[in-house]
Design a protein around this ligand. Structure first.
Ligand SMILES: [Zn+2]
Length: 352
């Protein structure tokens, strides 16, 4: 192995000294032009793999050694460029920033400007996280759920930023509780659900749709904006029953007063039927709002029985089908699921 402090020129000089050859002699032995050898020695020409094999044949050094010296020279050359050094600093900064927020995704969703400039990116991300500051984000969570990851944090920041911008009435806990409880009687289909944002706003609770960031795995979140609570949903799956249940579940967190504890309650599939006390409370109340008269799976599970169960509770049939699927009384690929309404992207965007 060549000492890495050597250069290609030094190693070629070694060959010349060892054999008492001139440059012209060595060029002739190698079958190269003298000009080419001279340029290699001056660092004006790079050696390639086949040249490394030729040099290895007339020296004690391996082809790998020769190429390693070439690589070392290439890197040293690149490092002399101010442009390269500046680019490396940019890469470092972009990497640091990507640890904090999913920058590329935020750019794709037009949340931050499309720029490669690390300082501009940093400014936009810092502003987003500051605007979207939510009490409890940095606090140590006590509910046993894992911390929000960088994608979820960024999504929550977008949600909080928009929720703060939204004009809502002063928060009225009593009014909101009444509204939430009667919501299953007021929302029977996709058209009705379009009005929920306005109803929540009148009780002082912003309800925002924020498209999911890939990998975020969030259905919704309830959070505190100091003076009032807010809810954001991703609309994942687009199913009416799922989205409406997420809204009711989040509303239930608020009615249960969880937002006052400044713990952000992120929802995903695993959280429903949750194991933590808050999740159990939220599920119980939301389920009670939906099915005050109980929801035992009927036997046999016929279309008529499902319709009857929905009528007993004066609730959308979609919700009953979704619930029966959730408790695995119905399979995911049931024909009944075809009757569940779907929200379009446009309908959801009306809440953006
Ligand atoms: Zn929850």
């Amino acid at each position: 192995m060549i000492s890495m402090s050597s250069t290609i020129a030094e190693c070629i000089d070694e060959i010349l000294a060892c054999h008492n050859w001139s440059q012209a002699d060595l060029a002739d032995v190698l079958g190269w032009g003298q000009q080419a050898l001279s340029e290699i020695m001056q660092g004006k020409r790079r050696i390639d793999a086949s040249q490394s094999l030729a040099l290895a044949t007339v020296s004690d050094h391996s082809p790998e050694d020769w190429l390693a010296l070439q690589t070392k020279a290439d890197i040293a050359e690149a490092m002399r460029s101010v442009k390269t050094l500046a680019e490396l600093a940019e890469i470092r900064k972009r990497a640091d920033l990507e640890e904090i927020a999913p920058v590329r995704q935020l750019i794709a969703q037009k949340i931050i400007p499309r720029t490669k400039n690390a300082a501009e990116r940093e400014k936009a991300v810092t502003e987003l996280l500051a605007d979207g500051y939510v009490p409890g984000t940095a606090a140590k969570k006590t509910d046993g759920q894992p911390e929000f990851n960088r994608i979820q944090n960024a999504w929550l920041a977008i949600a909080a930023r928009r929720a703060r911008q939204m004009q809502v009435a002063e928060f009225d806990a009593g009014k909101f509780a009444m509204l939430a409880q009667s919501l299953p009687r007021m929302v029977k289909n996709v058209q009705d659900i379009g009005q929920v944002q306005a109803w929540f706003a009148a009780a002082g609770v912003p309800l925002i749709y924020v498209p999911p960031l890939p990998g975020g795995k969030i259905d919704g979140v309830s959070f505190s904006l100091e003076t009032h609570p807010a809810i954001a949903i991703t609309g994942r799956g687009k199913r009416f029953d799922k989205i409406f249940y997420t809204i009711l579940h989040e509303a239930s967190h608020i009615v249960n007063g969880h937002w006052l504890e400044a713990v952000n309650l992120r929802e995903n599939e695993e959280c429903y039927g949750g194991t933590t006390k808050r999740e159990q409370e939220a599920d119980q109340l939301a389920t009670f709002w939906l099915y005050p008269n109980g929801i035992q799976p009927p036997r046999p599970l016929t279309k008529q029985a499902i319709t009857q169960l929905a009528a007993n509770n004066d609730v959308a049939k979609d919700m009953v089908i979704g619930h029966l699927q959730h408790i695995q009384a119905l399979p995911w690929r049931t024909i009944f699921a075809k009757e569940i309404g779907m929200l379009s992207e446009e309908e959801l965007k009306a809440w953006a």
